[in-house]
Design a protein around this ligand. Structure first.
Ligand SMILES: O=C(CO)COP(=O)(O)O
Length: 258
């Protein structure tokens, strides 16, 4: 199926009440979207840990998937302050963001840590949303080498299973505008080829994140499998627009065989 994946991370922007209000609006938008309802558009939301249970409640009865923003590499034990991927799966969380640029930069997550967490996520049936990307502006070939190496190191030794690669050039996160479309297209196509060569990763997707908002998916067209949004989906109306673009793109792909 020509599926388009759209994800939104709330990072730590919203308090509890604001998150609940946003989730209720998103659940309503998803329920009204035919493309989300029939699976042509996969929508996931990644709220904070304390917002996961209310999120699961809010989206019950829709096909919206709930993702955690991180998870431990361990399932259980003496790991104070960590959150178990086994427990995430137990409560109904389906996906988990791993290796986000903010965790790599501020919390010292190395490729080794990201690989251990990827293994733990897949072991527990969670789909990793593997965040990769170069830290500074650089030519396309160099950026692709960095991002592809992050992907292959994360999945080396991990159990088989679908992954969602979120290509997020660090310099375009929290910026006024996304990376230039040509840069994104080159990187997402390159990463698609790299992921296609990995064994056991059928159904995987490569999406773009970093100041993404309405209009970008249409501009990128066929070279990307979706978007990972941050600030520019805080307004539910903007997310509604992005979902409309995703559903138009999915319809177009169904007509034109890949
Ligand atoms: O990091 C991001 C999603 O994980 C993107 O955040 P912004 O869209 O707010 O730049």
């Amino acid at each position: 199926m020509a599926r388009i994946t759209v994800g939104v991370s709330l990072k730590m922007y919203f308090g509890h009440r604001a998150a609940r209000e946003w989730l209720a609006e998103v659940a309503d938008i998803a329920a009204r979207s035919e493309a989300v309802a029939d699976g042509r558009v996969e929508l996931f939301v990644a709220p904070g840990y304390l917002q996961l249970l209310p999120a699961l409640e809010a989206v019950a009865g829709t096909r919206v998937r709930v993702a955690a923003q991180d998870a431990s590499e361990h399932d259980a034990g003496a790991y104070t302050g960590e959150v178990s991927p086994a427990e995430l799966a137990e409560i109904g969380v389906r996906m988990v963001e791993l290796g986000h640029a903010e965790r790599r930069r501020m919390y010292g997550e190395t490729d080794t840590v990201v690989a251990a967490k990827t293994t733990a996520a897949l072991r527990n049936g969670l789909t990793p949303v593997l965040c990769v990307g170069e830290t500074e502006r650089m030519p396309v070939g160099d950026a692709l080498a960095v991002a592809a190496a992050q992907v292959s190191s994360a999945v080396a030794g991990a159990p088989a299973g679908r992954i969602v690669v979120a290509y997020e050039p660090v310099w375009a996160i929290g910026a006024p505008e996304p990376a230039p479309a040509d840069h994104i297209r080159a990187l997402t196509s390159g990463l698609r080829s790299a992921v296609a060569e990995l064994p056991g990763r059928d159904g995987s997707a490569v999406i773009y994140g970093g100041s993404a908002g309405p209009g970008l998916l249409t501009e990128l067209g066929d070279d990307v499998d979706g978007l990972f949004l941050g600030r520019f989906a805080h307004d539910p109306a903007a997310l509604r627009e992005v979902l409309a673009e995703a559903s138009a793109l999915a319809a177009l792909r169904e007509r034109v065989p890949a």
